[in-house]
Write a protein that binds this ligand. Structure first.
Ligand SMILES: [Fe+2]
Length: 457
């Protein structure tokens, strides 16, 4: 680190542990970066931190932090190689080229694999472009170079689970917990693993047992881990309890923050797909989504904002956002075309149609987008929302065979959901497969009864 006194080093150490632990004291680092007058790395890291807020305010602030970092480093003349690599990665992100930033961080971590923040940000970029291999690559690199570090295990495990290596991921995440029971990212990876396997009773019990430690978390991690718990409750047919979590834990911590917003959109949508009336909750949420119509930081975020607005009946906002999304897709750089053009545009129109009950129009639009859905980023569990809405549109508009095919894939991956079996039963009955319908309905009833008595799978 160039030009760093003890205070600057302490501030960067604090940032690293607070960021990787998803702590709620990050504003203290920002204050330290604002005070710093010599060490370029402080404003440089502050730029990355505010960029990760994915907001226009964050983006503006990042430009200022980057300028200050460049001035302190005298445009790199007063910086070492690693700091110059950080400057290049940060500049690329400020310029809106997250892909180039990822590339720089890839090189940076290959050379300095114990740079935990570079690995964390590399994973963030990889996550946002649906690049599961890159997500894993950063995790492997960090783990190889730093097994002694308590954070790298869960970072690696998340890469594994997003590559469908679920059992390995669970083992590594539990190793992480043996080093630090409080690691919320390890809780999160275990949640993904249990979710992927349909281990619902275990998933709910595990997260509930860990939830006391999330009070120290920032709003993303706090609301997201509670969101995961709510997903287990929904599949356990306890949607009313999931809705209570929405009110108490998922929505309301930091209503202006994109991550809190998409957790809320996704949870309300999933509750509605299971037939729950969520009352006027969309209206409150939409008030915070409206300022975001033209942001386009990520198609994954945008699509959830759009669905929330559409469910709230914000017709003119939806029309404006659809037009803006189309323009964004037309201006997409080559590496972004699948995400914006092939996925986001038809998906957005399909979601808008679904939100207004136009299922016959929604089904083919969503069907066009779904093969490209990984490119928009997010996790497998988060993207499952779009698959669920697509399935709903197919079921409600009489595409019985297509709906059965999707349900069978779900049933194969997670044979523990009464809802999947019940839906299969309904569709089998529609297409005249009475015997199969009876079996599916019977199994659904048995499973639901077992969950009512809360016994494990
Ligand atoms: Fe997650």
């Amino acid at each position: 680190m160039s030009n760093a006194n003890g205070e600057a080093i302490a501030a960067l150490d604090f940032l690293t542990s607070e960021w990787l632990a998803f702590g709620n004291r990050l504003p203290e680092f920002i204050a330290a970066a604002d005070r710093e007058e010599r060490c370029a790395l402080l404003p440089l890291m502050a730029a990355n931190l505010v960029l990760s807020m994915y907001s226009d305010d964050g983006h503006r602030a990042a430009g200022q932090y980057l300028a200050r970092a460049k001035a302190l480093a005298r445009d790199g003349a007063d910086a070492n190689d690693r700091e110059r690599a950080w400057l290049a990665a940060t500049e690329a992100w400020v310029d809106g080229d997250a892909d180039r930033s990822l590339d720089r961080l890839d090189h940076l971590t290959a050379r300095w694999p114990r740079d935990l923040l570079a690995g964390k940000l590399g994973q963030l970029h990889a996550f946002n472009r649906g690049d599961a291999q890159a997500l894993l690559r950063f995790g492997e690199r960090l783990l190889d170079a730093g097994r002694d570090n308590r954070f790298v295990h869960a970072m690696y495990a998340f890469g594994l689970v997003e590559n469908h290596r679920v059992d390995e991921a669970e083992g590594i995440a539990r190793d992480a917990l043996s080093l630090d029971r409080d690691d919320p990212w390890a809780h999160h990876v275990v949640a993904h693993c249990l979710e992927a396997r349909g281990r619902l009773v275990e998933g709910e019990a595990f997260l509930a047992a860990m939830s006391d430690t999330w009070e120290r978390c920032n709003s993303f991690m706090y609301t997201h881990n509670w969101w995961h718990l709510a997903l287990f409750l929904i599949d356990l047919e306890r949607a009313d309890e999931a809705l209570a979590l929405y009110d108490k834990r998922v929505w309301g911590v930091w209503k202006e923050f994109c991550e809190d917003q998409i957790n809320a959109v996704s949870l309300l949508a999933r509750l509605e797909l299971r037939g729950l009336d969520v009352g006027d909750r969309w209206a409150d949420l939409a008030a915070y989504l409206k300022p975001r119509l033209h942001e386009h930081y990520s198609p994954f975020l945008d699509l959830q904002y759009l669905y929330g607005l559409a469910r709230a009946g914000e017709r003119s906002a939806v029309i404006e956002m659809l037009a803006s999304l189309e323009e964004r897709a037309e201006n997409a750089k080559p590496f972004e075309r699948a995400a914006w053009g092939d996925c986001a545009v038809p998906m957005a129109h399909g979601l808008a149609a679904h939100a207004t009950g136009n299922h016959a129009e929604a089904a083919p639009l969503l069907g066009r987008a779904m093969p490209h859905v990984q490119s928009i980023g997010g996790s497998i569990a988060q993207r499952a929302l779009f698959g669920a809405i697509h399935l709903d549109a197919l079921m409600r508009s009489g595409w019985n065979d297509a709906a059965i095919a999707l349900l069978l894939a779900d049933e194969h991956a997670r044979p523990t959901l009464p809802w999947t079996k019940r839906s299969l039963g309904e569709l089998y009955r529609r297409v005249g497969r009475t015997e199969q319908a009876t079996v599916a309905e019977l199994e659904a009833g048995q499973l639901a009864a077992r969950y009512r008595t809360r016994s494990p799978e």
